[in-house]
Ligand binder design. Sequence first.
Ligand SMILES: C[S@@+](CC[C@H](N)C(=O)[O-])C[C@H]1O[C@@H](n2cnc3c(N)ncnc32)[C@H](O)[C@@H]1O
Length: 259
Amino acid sequence: MKSAVEAPIKDPGLDSEEARQRKKYMVDLFVVQARNYDFHDDVYGFYAHRFWVRSLLNVVKGFMQGRASARMLDLACGTGFVAFNVANKFANIDIDGFDISPDMITVAQERCQKGFEGRKINFWVGDAEVAYGEKMYDIITTSFAFRNFVNKNLATENVFRALKPGGVFIIQDLTKPEHQPLKGFYLFYMKYILPIITRILGTEKTAAGWLLKSVRMMPKNSEIKSLLEGKGFTGVYYRSLTLGIACLIVGYKPGELYE
Ligand SMILES: C[S@@+](CC[C@H](N)C(=O)[O-])C[C@H]1O[C@@H](n2cnc3c(N)ncnc32)[C@H](O)[C@@H]1O
């Protein structure tokens, strides 16, 4: 992957009005969305996230080679989609997950109680932009949430701090396809078709608009790579998924486990 030097990603700051408003919007959005979130995701996204999660699981599988156990954090875990996918595949990974939305966390906790009794899986409400620990995790994932972080620098610094040396950070998210004709079709779908589907499903009425806006605001893969490298990550690489509709970005905290 070419190593371009990108302009730094600028953030408004933790205490900014923009951060306050966007986080409030997230919390309010998922009051309405949390119960139907996974079903709606399947409908809007044609089940794509169920395919995309396999790339994330493959990175986890590679990381786990030769390891007896690991501790993972799923950052902005939502209803626990990634956490439960990892738990189903790896009995030797203990999992924490937190999210800014109390409603998403309630759904995650209920699912955990129903399907994962006896496993070390914990969910709580928290903000990815506020420091949450030091050298605690071997693996940190964040799926379809990075573009929602208002202060991406702070979120990335917190991940770096919370990883153990040698730990891996895996980002999966939506991006805009860069090439025609998919770019045109994608934007048409997001702008005109998605709002109709969301209306039929009874989704919160601003959700489709926000999705399009957040994808447009998402930095390019190379910019996120530069961000990670600037915070100290090494071995950073990215892959486009489904012709650039989504991406997988991986970086490692330097340390003896990696070197
Ligand atoms: C599109 S959902 C993805 C949820 C889940 N990771 C998945 O893959 O299904 C985005 C999530 O990011 C959460 N989020 C947004 N900003 C956050 C922040 N600053 N800290 C923690 N969670 C955040 C939202 O509440 C929401 O649950």
